[in-house]
Ligand binder design. Structure first.
Ligand SMILES: [Zn+2]
Ligand SMILES: [Zn+2]
Length: 373
């Protein structure tokens, strides 16, 4: 077995970046993977050689040691001789083709591993229950939002004070593990180190090593006037804190507005039913209707108003919670009420009325019948 330069094995220059090394490794590992070269007994050997070179050069510490004195590595771990050689099979986490293909350009690429990566905090959504009146007029309210923050004790590193990081023994610093699923294997972030590639000798007591703590944050939120049920109010930067200096996520407050027994909301309009007697409807009358803001509005009912007739009171609906503009309208719907009980006098009057109207009704019926014939 001839001793070869690891940089030449990976076909990269001495000054290659981690990204270049990773890319080259993946290309070569695919090319020489035994599964793709079943006819070639030398493939496994070449594959192992590439893997070995990558093991060293992808790890900054090992790479530095190799650069200073490469011989030590060849002595310690010479590539196995030929197919079916010592060791029997592959010990690398990247030994499956699907793993190599699968992680191409994926979210768990080498660039994302180990290195300090700033991540935006998660958005957090909470709901707030509002009274009808508060939703209409707008309200400033305090809510409790369960958010995640960087741990105070360790500043988000997850390490106990005075503890150093060391390479994760589970994944040998790769941050990824491969999991077999029948014929295929999938790579997933290492469970031990969470994809970081390094672990702490002693985890922080404040966060159990996770670097994050859950906390209930009190947030004052301004609900705009005219808020509808299910409206999302965004509070920028009040969600979970970012990682490693990344920006915080946003807080979304979803409004839950109680229904009203009298007013039915339709967009920014309100519908209200106002009962009137059949006498008022027939003769015309001045009536009063309630507005959602608690005021009353006077309406002139013309003579002969029909059941279900609607009157619009402009601007008496809900303010536009978004984008401004004219507020909605109040729609007053007339409900003609027929009395269930009559006094003796009312009955007498109505009976007179009935006699007078009898002729009209007959004539009307005959007219309709005649037309149909
Ligand atoms: Zn790990
Ligand atoms: Zn901590």
């Amino acid at each position: 077995m001839e001793t070869r330069d690891l940089y030449k094995v990976l076909e990269v220059g001495k000054g290659a970046s981690q990204e270049e090394i990773r890319r080259s490794y993946r290309r070569l590992a695919r090319k020489h993977h035994p599964d793709a070269n079943r006819e070639d007994p030398k493939a496994e050997e070449r594959f192992k050689e590439v893997q070995h070179a990558y093991d060293i050069l992808s790890n900054p510490e090992k790479r530095r040691e190799y650069d200073e004195g490469p011989r030590a590595y060849f002595g310690a771990r010479a590539p196995a001789g030929g197919a079916g050689g010592a060791g029997g099979g592959f010990d690398s986490n990247f030994s499956d083709l699907s793993d190599l293909f699968g992680s191409f350009g994926g979210a768990f690429g080498g660039a994302a591993r180990g290195a300090a990566r700033t991540t935006r905090g998660e958005d957090v959504t909470v709901s707030v229950s509002l009274k009808f009146k508060d939703a209409l007029k707008g309200v400033t309210t305090r809510i409790t939002a369960p958010v995640e923050e960087e741990c105070d004790q360790c500043g988000g590193t997850g390490a106990a004070a005075g503890t150093a990081r060391r390479m994760c023994p589970e994944c040998s610093g790769r941050g990824m593990r491969s999991r077999d699923q029948g014929f295929f294997a999938f790579s997933e972030p290492c469970g031990r180190c969470g994809g970081e590639g390094t672990i702490f000798e002693r985890p922080c007591a404040g966060c159990a090593g996770g670097g994050r703590v859950r906390t209930n944050r009190q947030v004052t939120v301004k609900i705009p006037a005219g808020a509808k049920d299910g409206m999302k109010v965004r509070v920028p930067g009040r969600g979970s804190g970012g990682r490693k200096g990344g920006p915080a996520g946003d807080l979304y407050v979803v409004t839950r507005v109680a229904g009203h027994p009298v007013f039915e909301r339709r967009g920014d309009d309100f519908l209200v039913d106002v009962p009137v007697s059949f006498v008022e409807a027939a003769l015309g009358a001045e009536i009063e209707a309630p507005r959602p803001d608690g005021e009353m509005v006077k309406l002139r009912l013309p003579a002969g108003t029909q059941e279900g007739k609607r009157f619009k009171v402009r601007g008496a609906g809900a303010p536009r919670a978004r984008g401004g503009g004219e507020p909605g309208d109040l729609v007053v719907r007339v409900r003609v009420v027929v009395p269930k009980k009559l006094s003796r006098r009312e009955r007498e009057i109505l009976e007179v009325l009935a006699e007078e109207r009898e002729e009209d009704v007959r004539e009307g019926l005959l007219r309709v019948a005649g037309q149909e014939l």
